[in-house]
Ligand binder design. Structure first.
Ligand code: ADP
Ligand code: MG
Length: 347
């Protein structure tokens, strides 16, 4: 059965619609990344799931149970925020044990059991023996790992992580991504991970849910959403994409009367928007469907070199990943073949 069902949730602040009918099913043990730009409603959705915010419409179920029937404690949510939410005046052990110690007496584990739980959790997050440290004596990355251990201490039904690595350096973030992925594989908590970082979402998640202006634009596996974006927004948000206005006739797309992409399934002809990622443009000697252009600039993009190619009739240069291709010279006339593109109805 489904772990969390979000059904047609709507949430307004004054008159502003922060969530406009969001539906999403999360499977037990699944790690879902909730991805969207700032202000798209990610935190609001997490707060609705946690019961910290009341939806005007729709509902959230845990299994078969409507969460409105559960108290905050009964929801058993593990929540980690972007900004260090550790209590500064408490040791690491006290921080991790906080949720357990604040339970009603009848449900509170014995002190020895709490100590054991804390030590096991520190082992699990690969920071053994740090019980007596204080937050000020930890690095940012260590603090977020402790915050995660604290969220895990209550054996949460659902783990909600709101940009937990957002305030950390790029390198630390990348390390923590891999660390979290491994931890999740070991513990299998149902997890919603909020981020505005596409790379983080694509690398971490079993499924990615893309939120835009309070609506889910697409939900799918990382490969799905990256290779087959449902909307131009998703396409551009998930990675660089060149845009070409084209006309579709039969199974071919034409840019200025020149066929540039074939084998299309669309049978709806007419004007369309073609989006092509830089790695899907190849420099070719000759091809039936090729776009002539002039190399105007070369630059690096992470591990890859990239050429900027001016094409007559396009206001913006095309970005072309060179990968292992021989770099052309600046000013060189080349031909480009589109190996993969995403076609959308013209706006
Ligand atoms: P995200 O986490 O994706 O950046 P939020 O869920 O925090 O987005 O916010 C979504 C929208 O709702 C934003 O436009 C934000 O300004 C608005 N909003 C969020 N919380 C409140 C609030 N308590 N009062 C008024 N507006 C809010
Ligand atoms: Mg937020």
């Amino acid at each position: 059965s489904v772990a969390v069902s979000i059904e047609s949730v709507e949430k307004r602040f004054q008159n502003f619609p922060a969530l406009r009918g969001v539906s999403l099913d999360i499977q037990p043990g699944e790690l879902v990344a909730l991805l969207g730009p700032s202000g798209s409603g990610k935190t609001t959705l997490l707060r609705v799931i946690a019961g910290l915010e009341q939806a005007e419409r729709g509902r959230v179920l845990f299994g078969e149970t409507d969460t409105r029937e559960l108290t905050l404690r009964e929801r058993r949510i593990g929540f980690v925020f972007q900004h260090y939410a550790l209590f500064k005046t408490m040791s690491v052990a006290e921080n991790i044990a906080f949720g357990l110690k604040s339970r009603p007496r009848a449900e509170r584990p014995a002190p020895a059991e709490i100590r054991k739980r804390v030590s096991d959790l520190l082992e699990l997050i690969q920071l053994p023996g740090l019980e007596k440290r204080y937050p000020s004596q930890l690095s940012g990355g260590q603090r977020q790992r402790i915050a995660l251990a604290r969220a895990l201490a209550i054996e949460p039904r659902v783990l909600l992580l709101d940009e937990p690595f957002g305030a950390l350096d790029a390198k630390v973030r990348k390390d923590l991504r891999a660390w979290l992925r491994q931890l999740h594989q070991r513990t299998g908590h149902t997890t919603v991970f909020v981020t505005h970082d596409q790379e983080e979402a694509l690398e971490l998640a079993d499924r990615v849910a893309i939120l835009h202006d309070g609506r889910l634009e697409q939900v799918g596996s990382p490969d799905d959403v990256y290779d087959h974006p449902a909307t131009p927004f998703v396409c551009q948000f998930l990675g660089d994409a060149n845009h070409l206005p084209v006309k579709v006739v039969g199974s071919q797309a034409f840019f200025q009367d020149r066929p540039v992409l074939g084998g299309l399934r669309q049978n709806q002809g007419g004007p369309a928007s073609l989006y092509v990622r830089p790695q899907h443009l190849r420099i070719v000697d000759d091809a039936p469907l090729a776009l002539p252009g002039v190399v105007e600039h070369l630059r690096r993009n992470g591990p890859l070199r990239r050429a900027e190619v001016a094409v007559e009739g396009l206001p913006k240069r095309l970005d072309v990943d060179l990968a292992s291709q021989v770099a052309p010279a600046i000013g060189e006339r080349i031909r480009l073949r589109i190996t993969h593109g995403n076609l959308f109805a013209a706006a």
